[in-house]
Every structure is written in C-alpha cells, then in structure tokens.
Design a protein around this ligand. Structure first.
Ligand code: NDP
Length: 285
C-alpha cells in the first residue's frame, strides 16, 4: 500500500485551553496504537465557535471535544445529538458520521466505564453531591444504566431541583433533591456516593465536601470526579472508613477513551492514557 501523508484530525475547542492536559493522553493513545491521527488543543472564543466548527468541517476533522465554555453552545452548530447528550443537554464529544457532525457526551459514560465490574447499577441508589455539568452527565448515565434512585444534594436549591426533575421526567429512575445547607449525613440506604462538585480540585486540595465522614459505611462505593489530585481529601476520608473508592482520573481517562473509540473505532488502552496524564498532574503538584 502506498504511504499517505494525510493524518486524521481531532482536537479540543475550549477557553482557556492552555492548562487543559487532554491532548497529552489522546496523543499518547494514538502513538501507542500506531494511529496516524492528531489531537490539537485549540483556544476558541465563544464568538468564534461557529467558525471553528465550520473550519473543522472544511478540514474534514473526524471529530473534536468541547470543553468549558462550549459544551451547550456547540449544539446549535451540529447536525444531531446522541441519546444521552440530548437528555443531558450538553456535548463534550463531536463525532463525524458521514458528512454529519453528531454531538455525544462521554463524561457520564466515562464515569460508568470507570465503575468496578462488580458494581451493578440496576436497582441501586446513589447520592450525588452537586448538580452542575458533571453531576448532570453522571446522573443521566446512572439512570440509563438502571440505577433505581438518585438523591441530589446541592447548595443551590433550584439547580438541585432542576436535575432531580430532569431524571424523574426523562428516565426510569426516581430522583429527589435536598438542599446542602450545612454538614449532612450520608443516608444509610445509599450504595454509591459521588462527589460531583469542584471541591478538592488542585490547588484547593485540602477542601472536603461538607458531609459527616463518620456516616459513611464500608459497603458504600465512594467516587470523586476530581482528577487532580486523584486521591482527594474526600476519598482519603472514605478509605479510612473502609469504603471502596473510585478516583476522577479514571473517569477522565475513560471519557477520553470513549471519544477516541467513537472517532477511530479502536478500543484504546486506558492504562497508557492514565500513566501519561498522571505524570502531568504529578508535575503540577
Ligand atoms: P459546574 O460549575 O457546572 O458545577 C459545580 C458544582 O459544584 C455545583 O453543583 C456547585 O454547587 C458545586 N459546588 C462548587 N463549590 C461548592 C462548595 N464550596 N460547596 C458546595 N457545592 C459547591 O462544574 P462541573 O460540574 O462542570 O465540574 C465540577 C467538577 O467536575 C470540576 O472540578 C471538574 O474538574 C470535574 N469534572 C471531572 C470530569 C472527569 O472526567 N473526571 C469531567 C467533568 C468535570 P452550586 O450549584 O450550589 O453552585
């Protein structure tokens, strides 16, 4: 076969973009799997998002990720949405299918993919701390994976209620919102607890969600969306109480791996991506 000099193009549109390390794990996966693909980290202002998507179409990009602040705004420039992106109302991965750009959301699916195989969502109950973009994506995917009940604990009451009614209205799961107005105990019936807030993210690494850690039970699976540091103060507290813990680095890697699979069709090696990303985070501490 003759050699080709035309690489497949993918990337990310966000602003600010300089501190987004996704490019490192994506390019590591391309190299590892011998794929002649590129991933470009692009800083795109909201005013020029439409032009950026037109540019991607013109250059026949295979797809791209959208990060802050484009996850909702990009929808107006696409040709359709996958099921969960439609319910979540946000897109983090755009996939070229034929000559159409379809919006998908791999954030919540990345979370599901990072769950231990022994954890079967069906009929279980989850407590979500937070009701922002990450919480919304996780709640929708948990519900689509068969979770029975979702409790949403959020500081802003309206935002919490909105997420609970989205889940109750658009999925088979039941959901209830509670206002987070002081230290809360974890309800005993909950099987999974997820910190989906930004509490504990570098450099605020000593911060911990306002819950009573002694209300955690060893049978509970405790997850954090914070990828940096991977072991947050919250996960340390849960570990000390005998809980199984799940870090946000696994979710970040898994959502990237799912995007790569959408674009290339290859089920990429997540350990290669995790190693590469962890080394970036180590060097920022
Ligand atoms: P949003 O701004 O959409 O939501 C932030 C959430 O955190 C809100 O529910 C907010 O509550 C809550 N919150 C923030 N500070 C506090 C506080 N001091 N006390 C109580 N609640 C608080 O952000 P995202 O959902 O997009 O992102 C949240 C985190 O998730 C980020 O740190 C991000 O890095 C991480 N993330 C990780 C991913 C991964 O793959 N690992 C993927 C996507 C995000 P309120 O509504 O009351 O303001």
């Amino acid at each position: 076969m003759s050699r080709t000099f035309l690489s497949q193009l993918t990337g990310s549109f966000s602003m600010p973009a300089a501190e987004n390390p996704t490019v490192v794990m994506m390019e590591a996966a391309y190299r590892h799997h011998g794929l002649d693909w590129r991933y470009l980290n692009c800083e795109v202002t909201p005013a020029l998002l439409a032009d950026a998507v037109r540019g991607a179409r013109a250059m026949n990009w295979a797809g791209f990720n959208c990060s802050i602040p484009h996850k909702v705004a990009v929808i107006d420039h696409l040709d359709g949405l996958g099921e969960s992106a439609q319910i979540i109302g946000a897109v983090n991965t755009v996939v070229r299918r034929g000559d159409r750009y379809i919006g998908e959301n791999t954030d919540g699916r990345g979370f599901i993919a990072s769950l231990p195989q022994t954890f079967d969502c069906r009929g279980r109950s989850a407590l979500l701390l937070g009701a922002g973009g990450a919480a919304r994506a996780i709640a929708v995917e948990l519900a689509l994976s068969g979770i029975g009940q979702i409790l949403v604990l959020n500081r802003d009451a309206g935002r919490g209620r909105e997420l609970a009614s989205l889940i109750s209205g658009k999925t088979a799961a039941s959901a209830e919102a509670m206002v987070w107005d002081g230290v809360k105990k974890i309800p005993q019936q909950v099987d999974l607890v997820v910190n989906a807030t930004s509490i504990g993210l570098y450099p605020g690494v000593s911060a911990c969600p306002d819950i009573d850690p002694d209300s955690l039970r060893p049978e509970q699976l405790v997850a954090d969306v914070i990828p940096n540091p991977p072991e947050t103060a919250f996960l340390q507290a849960a570990k000390q109480r005998g809980c199984t813990v799940l870090d946000g680095l696994g979710m970040l890697v898994a959502q990237g791996a799912l995007a790569l699979q959408y674009w290339t069709g290859v089920e990429v090696d997540r350990s290669v991506m995790r190693r590469e990303l962890a080394s970036v985070f180590d060097s920022t501490e």
